[in-house]
Design a protein around this ligand. Sequence first.
Ligand SMILES: [Zn+2]
Length: 120
Amino acid sequence: MHITVCHCTWCQRRTGAAFGIEVVYKDEQIVFDGELSHYTHKSDESKRWLKVFFCPNCGTNLGFILEAATGIRTIAAGTFDDPSWINAKDYTFKHVYLKSKQTWSEIPDGVEKYQTHFRK
Ligand SMILES: [Zn+2]
């Protein structure tokens, strides 16, 4: 559907980087083969839950589902075998939670920008 680049402080903590990059799908588009582990996070701001999935064998981040947006599932952009298909020419990049963006993180031109989230 689009790519969300989230600069919230929780994404900074969970990724250990300046932001999280999530490819957003309709939930029915994703099928996992095997058991997943998950962690349920409650947003400091909205108080809504978000379930982060990961591989129980190696800990790889396998994206999340959100209480705030039922019917969608994200996959972390860096976890595809070949993530080179993800590009700004073919997909809309939505940078969210810019209010907590790090000063050492630069936003490219031509992307959608939101101080909080495009979804209220
Ligand atoms: Zn975030």
